[in-house]
Write a protein that binds this ligand. Structure first.
Ligand code: ADP
Length: 528
């Protein structure tokens, strides 16, 4: 590629000039120096793509020069110039990562061909490195997919960062409620450092990074850096990177990596990689936090639900006996009374019956929950069961001037069900139909075989149920909120119990409805 920057380190002026003009002619951008020290100085000032160095330079040789520059720029391409006497050294150089060599005396086109090959190898190496850099990201995204545990996510992040960057120490700090950064996972650090490290915003490197929301890379004498004041072991470190963990514009923590002296220092590419890891980690940690909070809330809800069930159960049992006594005496008195007193007592009995039905529902709910509901599946005569249920409800419909139309085929097959449950379900559906249908309305009850099952249909001409509530009405205590309906009383348990009981005997309940026109509830049970 034209314009690539090439540093030529050659002590023989004639050879150096020839190299520079050949490279210029081939559209490269070459710079010449006479020895290794000069080459290192130039490379510290500006970026080069490739070094062409004579293997025999005065002072530092070409190979040492190459290694010194690569310490801070590992992707530098390299071609060595060698004489016949140093051919073996050149072959060793190839083993050490030099891309190509040319043997003196060489023609200009031999040099440019070697440079072109070296640059192309370097491009491939960089592409490889780029692909390798994606591996930790891939690892991390797998962790995110599979782990929502706030304890393990930071540990995974630390391990992946250490492997990806070849770091000697890694720590992941999270900001706690008191605004302090504390270490949640670490590798390569003594346990007492992990336990005791705490930084406020702006304090130490981590606090500085959290406050400024930018990654920081440090090289050299880290113990002299005022920001490292409070860090133990800074004197062993040769380079370090800290990057903030930011999610939804909030700093949640800091990810730190460091290398000991004597190892190649971190590069700008490492800063970039750590930043990407950091931003992914911030998302994962936030998800894990949310998950933990949701789980806590769920547990609390489960506890409350349990308490509620306990309360219902106790209340129902405690209310049942005194109510039975009150109801028995009220009924007795009603039978013996005459005139207006009889009417008053009839109202007392009705109110007590209503209370009894609510308490009965609470008790059945409790029984379903504890698995105490005894289901005895037998062959049941549906026709007589429907008859008995409607017999009980006719007075209620009569009071509202409603008509109940029944249509059951004469050859109705028997069904497999629990007699008690079946009665309770049908009674619940039919009494709702009466309750939610205005005075003078019509309730139709029919049944017909469908395949191996029988489907009972209870249709009313009542207020109907909005489409979006059709499933919710089967939830416990759910009632369609509407002042119109509130006057109907009830506590929203009838359908929940009906469906749960149906489940116990392989039955299904569902509903179709049109607001203002009426509803049809279906019950399907297996044929005997
Ligand atoms: P409730 O004791 O409140 O009637 P249910 O579980 O039997 O409890 O019913 C839940 C809610 O479903 C009722 O409060 C009502 O809003 C609605 N609902 C049930 N049946 C009908 C119906 N036939 N027509 C209109 N709404 C109904």
């Amino acid at each position: 590629m034209p314009g690539e920057r090439i540093l030529v380190a050659e002590d023989e002026p004639g050879v150096r000039r020839m190299c520079l003009s050949a490279l210029k002619l081939a559209d490269y951008d070459p710079v010449g120096v006479a020895n290794g020290e000069e080459a290192i100085e130039r490379a510290a000032e500006e970026q080069f793509d490739l070094l062409v160095a004579d293997i025999r330079l005065p002072g530092m040789d070409g190979l040492e020069t190459c290694q010194a520059i690569r310490a801070s720029d590992p992707h530098l391409g390299a071609v060595v110039i060698t004489g016949f006497a140093t051919l073996e050294a050149a072959i060793d150089a190839l083993r050490l990562g030099v891309h190509e060599f040319v043997v003196k005396p060489f023609r200009p086109d031999e040099l440019t061909a070697a440079v072109a090959r070296a640059l192309s190898k370097r491009r491939m190496e960089m592409e490889n490195a780029r692909l390798r850099a994606l591996i930790p990201l891939y690892d991390l995204s797998r962790v995110f997919m599979s782990s929502v545990d706030l304890g393990t996510v930071p540990r995974h992040v630390v391990r992946i960062a250490r492997e990806a960057l070849g770091a000697d120490t890694v720590s992941l700090m999270l900001l706690n409620e008191d605004g302090e950064l504390t270490i949640h996972a670490a590798e390569g650090l003594p346990a007492e450092v992990v336990a005791s490290t705490r930084h406020r915003m702006g304090e130490g490197i981590a606090g500085h990074v959290a406050a400024h929301r930018e990654p920081v890379i440090l090289h050299g004498d880290l113990e002299d850096d005022p920001r490292f004041e409070s860090s133990d072991g800074a004197e062993q470190l040769g380079s370090a990177i800290s990057t903030p963990l930011i999610h939804k514009d909030k700093v949640v923590g800091v990810l730190n990596v460091a290398k000991f002296r004597g190892t190649p220092p971190f590069t700008e590419g490492d800063v970039e990689l750590l930043s990407v890891l950091g931003s992914q980690a911030a998302v994962a940690i936030d998800n894990a936090r949310l998950f933990q909070e949701t789980q806590r809330a769920y547990q609390r809800l489960a506890e409350l639900d349990h308490l509620k069930s306990e309360f219902i159960s106790i209340a129902a049992h405690e209310l049942r006996s005194p109510l039975a006594v009150a109801l028995a005496y009220a009924t007795l008195l009603e039978e013996e009374a005459t005139g207006p007193m009889r009417q008053h007592l009839s109202q007392v009995v009705q109110a007590a019956m209503q209370l009894k039905s609510i308490i009965d529902q609470m008790v059945s709910l409790r029984r379903v929950d504890t698995g105490e509901t005894p289901v005895a599946i037998t062959e049941v005569d549906l026709v007589s069961t429907v008859g008995a249920v409607l017999e009980d409800l006719r007075p209620l419909a009569g009071k509202k001037g409603q008509r109940i139309a029944v249509s059951l085929p004469s050859d109705m097959p028997r069904v497999r069900a629990d007699q008690q449950c079946l009665r309770l379900i049908l009674s619940s559906l039919a009494s709702n139909a009466i309750k939610f249908t205005p005075d003078g309305g019509l309730v139709r009850v029919s049944a017909e075989p469908a395949g191996s099952r029988v489907v009972v249909k209870i249709t009313d001409t009542g207020i109907g149920i909005p489409q979006e509530e059709l499933e919710r009405i089967f939830e416990r205590f759910y009632q369609v909120e509407d002042s119109l309906r509130r006057k109907h009383g009830g506590i929203g348990l009838g359908l929940a119990i009906a469906r749960e009981m149906a489940d116990l005997m392989d039955g299904r309940i569902w509903v179709e409805s049109q607001v203002g026109q009426g509803s049809t509830f279906y019950l399907s049970v297996p044929q005997a």
